[in-house]
Design a protein around this ligand. Structure first.
Ligand SMILES: Cc1cc2nc3c(=O)[nH]c(=O)nc-3n(C[C@H](O)[C@H](O)[C@H](O)COP(=O)(O)O)c2cc1C
Length: 384
């Protein structure tokens, strides 16, 4: 029975080859980040009000002028299309059903055009990794805009690839090179290999990043292209200013952890920031979201929409980040565990499970709406 995050994660672990499960599940270096996120979230206690007499809860919230049925969005995750065959199409259809947004990653397996076609009414956002070649980057943005996407999420926290040693040990490369250790891993997970890997091979080859130029599929051309589409480690605030000029819709800067950075984003005209450690997957020793969020909300919450993410496992974690000031919360791993465990129905299952947990948390807190949740965060002396 899949009743909570841990059940879905365990089912995903059985289904996915190890190189993919570890890539999604783990942190970096000594992996203190995931542990510290969990201990900070777990250390937050909530103070319920009793006998408030509410019959039903309203879980809606408004983000960038659109009502979300739940205060969550599916975070951009590279290679989500490897988790299930056409996984990104499932994410788009699943969120349309749940009434929440899905942020497509620059590094998705499926293109933004195909994803839009699969879910014409989905609330889609687009995440940008700025490539060194700015003409190619601008071309990518035009494609997203042509698909009717108005919310652009620029990721600021990945100037270089983090140190994920397990990827090296597991032999994860894109495209996959199924030799040695990977071949064994594939044999041990025949369900995934037959449906996902063979599914893509039948469609024309090893799955790669769908937005990268066509020549990226060819190994000789790929070597030449690699530097053009490498994530630009020189990315700076002038680039954010220039993206602000170029992008007519909402601009969101993702991965900020300091008040100074959040102020700069707001001063440059961003509509949103995501307080995030990339799921504790980049700088292992980075401050946790739970600690970084409150001062950022105090500083810029009146000017921009503050979103948050990293290491959410329960609906109560969503309520806690909202209690610390986030308008809504992005989910990275949880939807992927749903996809791995059961395709689109699995994804829907995860979203509805988290929705039920948020509802239950609110009910036990004596609240009818997702408002003034900061008063639910218990402080020293509150219970006296
Ligand atoms: C497998 C995986 C791939 C990711 N790929 C991207 C990406 O392409 N772009 C990005 O901005 N963030 C990426 N992230 C970070 C997520 O957007 C999000 O910040 C993080 O996953 C939230 O933490 P959670 O997974 O614990 O919910 C990725 C996260 C995971 C787990």
């Amino acid at each position: 029975m899949l009743l909570n995050f841990h059940d879905y994660r365990a089912a995903a672990k059985r289904r996915l080859p190890r190189f993919l499960f570890d890539y999604i599940d783990r942190g970096t270096e000594d992996e203190t980040g995931p542990r510290r996120h969990r201990s900070d979230l777990d250390a937050i206690s909530l103070l319920p009000e009793m006998l408030t007499g509410h019959d039903q809860r309203d879980l809606t919230t408004t983000v960038f002028g659109r009502t979300l049925a739940l205060p969550v969005a599916v975070a951009p995750t590279a290679l989500a299309g490897l988790v299930a065959y056409d996984g990104e199409l499932m994410l788009a259809r699943g969120v349309a059903h749940a009434g929440v947004p899905y942020c497509i990653s620059t590094q998705s397996v499926t293109t933004v055009e195909r994803i839009r076609e699969a879910a014409p009414n989905a609330n889609l956002w687009f995440q940008l990794y700025v490539w060194r070649n700015r003409d190619l980057t601008r071309g990518l943005l035009q494609r997203a805009a042509a698909c009717g996407i108005t919310t652009l999420v620029v990721t600021a926290d990945t100037p270089v690839l983090p140190n994920r040693e397990y990827n090296l040990r597991n032999g994860l490369t894109i495209p996959l090179k199924p030799g040695g250790r990977v071949a064994l891993d594939l044999l041990r997970h025949p369900g995934w290999t037959l449906s996902v890997l063979l599914g893509y091979l039948r469609q024309g080859g090893m799955p790669v990043y769908g937005h990268y130029p066509e020549a990226f599929r060819n190994s000789v051309a790929r070597a030449q292209l690699a530097s053009e589409v490498a994530i630009d480690h020189r990315l700076n605030w002038d680039d954010i200013a220039s993206l602000r000029r170029d992008w007519a819709g909402e601009l969101v800067v993702k991965g900020l952890l300091s008040v100074a950075d959040a102020r700069r984003a707001a001063d440059l005209g961003a509509e949103g920031v995501v307080v995030s450690t990339h799921g504790a997957r980049n700088l292992d020793s980075a401050i946790t979201t739970a600690r970084a969020l409150p001062p950022i909300v105090d500083a810029v919450g009146g000017r921009v929409t503050v979103l948050a993410d990293s290491c959410v496992q329960r609906g109560s974690d969503v309520v806690k980040y909202m209690g610390l000031g986030a308008r809504a919360v992005l989910l990275g791993r949880a939807p992927l565990w749903g996809l791995a465990a059961g395709g689109e129905p699995g994804l829907r299952g995860v979203l509805s499970m988290l929705g039920n947990e948020i509802d239950l948390t609110l009910a036990l807190l004596g609240r009818a709406r997702l408002e003034k949740l900061e008063t639910c965060i218990a402080r020293e002396g509150d219970a006296q």
